[in-house]
Design a protein. Structure first.
Lengths: 352, 307
């Protein structure tokens, strides 16, 4: 039974995360195929249709990238918070709070220049996301309350708040079947670059670069890594670990809030429960699969955006949209399994 | 004659508490072995849909319970394989288990939304209109009594038996437990599956008795509240039960406040349990000064270095 022993590899391949992802994606496609076969659907037809409808034309490609925008931004936020070894499960709530922040400012202020008004609204989205994570952040740094549970619970609170707002104070009497707030004016819509591709994606690229710089090259990123490492090292280095954790959480929350603001200004144009379709949760998969690397999050987020678009259009041929969810989750599980073989090796006991 | 409103409140409290408690008891066992499983929400969901589907198709409640428990347990073994055997991050794996569980249960339950149960899980003594406190207690179904039995036996096993001490040693100090000759991998694997089984039972209680129907995302964050309860209970079965009763009481009370003459916005009422959970967690952590009583090795993968 103990013929084989397990040992940690001394050197782990630098691209192991990437290879694991590729292998995981392959495994996920196989799992997806099996589920499709069980339902008497042809996997090749389904996947090629998904491919065609998600990146086959300028319009579908731009829809995919629009869909990727909130995933990437929320994923970046999660990655920034993870630099101090904390988890943000509350991106879903922060996305909603970003949208609420936008609408709050929109109905209370009016700027004549629409460019600066859009800028103000995006800032308020960022602030909204940061406000959303404020209580978990304070509870974590001051009292040491587990941030996983508190950030998760804020999702339910903020979505509850959204339902309250769109059924109560912000209710649009014109929207009969679906409770929602009134639409924002056309002057604050985010313009498009080409096709349907919104400027939100450009903001997303900028923030990817910013997150990459923040995590890997800035002094703050360095301090965050130390703060997230050993407590003693942080003390010796004179770094206030709690302060770094606090600001990391606020910035990360702000990223997700910005995602909600962009979603409102470029896609839904109004506050409703449809602001996010689980983007905050998918973002966790995106961030985890890439080992919290901003560039990776950008790439995998784009792929998953395309998957979601592909998943939503294949409904027309009677395939459940959950197939996209299951492919995304299986990719991560597959990647975790493969990652194991990069980190450990099995040896026959007798040659050790 | 006791106030009928009070009896209704008591009954709703016991039911809400049972649902939360069973799941948190399972998580408590898993965490005692040093494995953190954040997939409770997903596991409850799997148990709920599997039990409901079996009950609709076979009308056999007993079989439905067994299927619900087994499917959640098998589902939890994914977490066990990824974290115990492959030693990957427990937080990531658990979170993904929740997402996967919700997706898979929605996929499975697609054709079961709005389906009616022919037979639901009835109380053992089936008293028509309970008129006193004792009758309310007797009017619960079998899972409620199982919960009581589990609390007593699990607490006894953990505290008073050699098996319980060894089991907890795994969660407290993996290396020491390993050098004592305990099989860490096997213990953690089984503990994770047992946690899944309990979550499955909780799910079955949800769809066969508590609400009796199936809709997407009907677990509504109860798995996360169950996780918070384990912290609240300081990893002790009786205290966790007490916490479950408190939360069950709040869940039962808030929608009833109106009948007691409080004017409340129904949308605000819905978010109250989550706000209260956060508040309680914060107050409790302040009160205990950060010492929560968590197993020391929780979240750390076991790896025996080569010698």
């Amino acid at each position: 039974m103990n013929k084989y022993t397990l040992s940690k590899r001394q050197v782990v391949n630098e691209l192991s995360t990437f290879y694991s992802f590729l292998a995981g994606f392959l495994i996920a496609l196989i799992i997806g195929s099996v589920i499709l076969l069980i339902q008497d659907k042809s996997p090749i037809d389904t996947f090629s249709l998904m491919f065609k409808l998600s990146i086959g034309s300028v319009n579908s490609l731009s829809s995919s990238l629009n869909k990727a925008t909130p995933l990437i931004l929320a994923g970046l936020g999660i990655a920034i918070i993870n630099t101090v070894k904390l988890w943000n499960i509350g991106a879903e709530g922060q996305i909603f709070m970003g949208a609420i922040g936008v609408n709050l400012i929109y109905i209370n202020f009016q700027l004549t220049s629409s460019t600066s008004f859009i800028f103000l609204l995006l800032v308020s989205a960022f602030v909204g996301g940061a406000v959303c994570i404020l209580i978990p952040a304070v509870a974590k740094v001051l009292f040491g309350v587990n941030e996983i549970i508190t950030t998760l619970l804020t999702n339910y609170i903020v979505i509850g708040l959204t339902i309250y707002l769109v059924n109560g104070p912000w209710k649009d009497p014109g929207s009969l079947n679906f409770p929602a707030a009134a639409y924002v004016g056309k002057e604050v819509y985010l313009p498009t670059i080409f096709g349907k591709l919104s400027y939100g994606f450009l903001i997303c690229i900028l923030f990817t670069a910013f997150a990459h710089y923040l995590k890997n090259s800035s002094v703050f990123g360095y301090e965050m890594r130390i703060a997230g490492g050993s407590e003693m090292t942080a003390i010796y280095a004179g770094i206030n670990a709690k302060q770094k954790a606090f600001f990391a959480m606020l910035i990360g929350g702000g990223f997700a809030g910005l995602a909600g603001g962009i979603e409102l200004l470029s896609q839904t144009h109004r506050v409703s429960t449809g602001i996010s379709q689980g983007f905050g949760y998918t973002a966790i998969i995106v961030a985890a699969i890439t080992g919290m690397r901003p560039i990776g999050i950008f790439l995998v987020g784009s792929l998953f955006g395309a998957l979601s678009i592909g998943g939503s259009v294949i409904q027309t041929i009677g395939v459940s949209t959950y197939i996209a969810d299951i492919i995304q989750v299986s990719t991560l599980f597959g990647a975790l399994v493969i990652q194991f073989f990069f980190n450990y090796q099995l040896k026959r006991a007798d040659d050790g | 004659m006791v106030d009928i409103q009070f009896l209704g409140l008591l009954n709703a409290t016991l039911q809400a508490a049972t649902l939360l408690f069973i799941a948190s008891l399972g998580e408590l066992i898993t965490e005692k072995s040093g494995i953190l499983n954040l997939g409770v929400e997903g596991m409850i969901s799997i148990g709920a849909v599997a039990g409901f589907m079996t009950a609709v198709n076979t009308n056999n409640i007993f079989l439905a319970i067994v299927v619900g428990i087994l499917s959640s347990s098998i589902f939890a073994s994914i977490h066990a394989i990824v974290t115990v055997i492959l030693k990957q991050d427990q937080t990531v794996s658990g979170l993904i288990l929740t997402i996967l569980g919700l997706a898979v249960s929605s996929l499975l339950g697609k054709n079961y939304v709005d389906r009616k149960l022919e037979t639901k899980l009835e109380s053992i003594f089936s008293i028509e209109n309970p008129s006193n406190v004792l009758e309310v207690f007797l009017n619960q179904n079998i899972i409620f009594y199982l919960a009581i039995i589990f609390t007593i036996t699990i607490s006894y096993i953990l505290k008073n038996t050699m098996f319980g001490t060894r089991f907890q040693a795994v969660g407290e100090d993996l290396k020491a437990a390993d050098s004592m000759g305990l099989n860490v991998t096997k213990t953690q694997f089984i503990a994770t599956c047992i946690g899944g089984a309990f979550a499955g039972l909780s799910g079955v209680y949800l769809t066969l008795s508590y609400v009796p129907y199936w809709t997407d995302n009907m677990t509504a964050g109860r798995g996360w509240i169950a996780l918070a309860l384990v912290i609240f209970g300081g990893w002790k079965p009786y205290r966790t039960a007490l916490g479950a009763l408190l939360f069950g009481f709040l869940e039962a009370l808030v929608p009833r406040l109106q009948t007691y003459g409080f004017e409340l916005n129904p949308y605000i009422v819905k978010i109250a349990p989550y706000v209260i959970t956060i508040l309680v967690l914060v107050l409790l952590t302040i009160y205990k000064g950060g010492k929560t009583g968590a197993p020391k090795n929780i979240g750390i993968s076991f790896f025996r270095e080569n010698r």
